[in-house]
Ligand binder design. Sequence first.
Ligand SMILES: Cc1ncc(COP(=O)(O)O)c(C=O)c1O
Length: 433
Amino acid sequence: MNALNDFSRLEPAVFVKAKENFGTPVYLYDEALIIERCKAVLNMPNAYGLDVRFAMKANSNRTILQIVDQQGLLIDASSLNEAKRAILAGIDPSKIFLTTQEVPAGQERNDLEELMKKGLKYNVCSVRQLELIADFARENHIDLSMRIHPGIGSGESATRNTGDKYSCFGVHRSDLEDALAFGKEKGLRFTEVHVHIGSGGDPEIWRSNIDLELGIVETYFPDCDTVSFGGGLKEARMPGDICADIDFLGSYAKKRFEEFYQRNGRKMKMEIEPGTYIVANAGYAITEVLDKKTTGEDGFHFIVVNGGMEINARPTLYGSQHPFYILSKDGSLLSTDFDLPDTAYEAIIVGRCCESGDSQCLDSQHNIVERTMAEPQIGDLVVIGGVGAYCSSMTPFNYNSHVQIPEVLAAADGTVRLIRKGQSLEQIVQNEL
Ligand SMILES: Cc1ncc(COP(=O)(O)O)c(C=O)c1O
């Protein structure tokens, strides 16, 4: 049994309490697990120091940001608004690293400049971005970071591979010399080099990028003092999934940084920016069974619950599998993917949206697939696990005019409290003219 997905981490009573106090559907986050994950990554072996940034695109809730900030993690933001959101949560701009596809214009450009003057680190992701930011950086003596497109990547699905030729993140190696010549002409310093190969990919490719990136730093970046390997540490959500081994990856990187120092006399800091690894397994979506249907003798059993792609779009988008915990109304645990009773049957869990893809049971080819579970009754709970990352922050939550659902924290002190209210219908329509 995979300890990280062991249901016993949160007692079934906590799910019932969340349901009784806040209704369903609702997201529930396990603070103790988030803290445990923060400590684990901060303890990753390293040679000359380690900074860990939380990739806030995974989960941007203010309380979650405050928890990781208190643990000593910095922030990886992927838009100016994300950076502003972190600041609204009380996080200092100097703790924020911005990796984005645009240099904003107008008032937003002014806001970006203000934040850079306060210490936000800008990660140049294209030649165009470099051209747009160069004069401001030089005039204000601000050092920059550069994201490199390494040409090789890996992700849990093709759309989450950010390092191969099908994605366009970072300055491609074929543009690197021109970009650096331009930077030199402008008198700029690149003190950080960044590569993010993808999300949830092969840990072996993550390891091989350590060598690739350090080679690029050695050849091209004499001013670099920090090397970021991005996020993408693979998390295990389902039985049989294999999680990235951060001790192994850290030890490997440590050795390579030490060898780099022996060759070049430069002690560089390591940086990583995980999102999934910190929060994915700390999140649950609690839904309630509304209906049960079948599609005939050669068909399937369907369980309709009151939250689907608008609370967890990962199956629809990527064919991702999430663990299901089936609870009776009174909170008895009937089955988990880690512990199935003999009476378990095959069924398909779907949401309420008018779309056959609104299913929690899809494979990577977008086929509807059955899953094994205890048979729930109307009103029982289907808890979807592994939804702490890229669910609340990424779902099409107003599709079919459903409202964005509340978020609740199972706090480390045992209390269960609301950390974001649910949306109202009025809020959906309030900007319409
Ligand atoms: C630049 C960057 N850093 C970090 C991450 C976090 O990735 P993960 O959640 O897989 O750790 C992402 C997500 O794709 C990203 O684009």
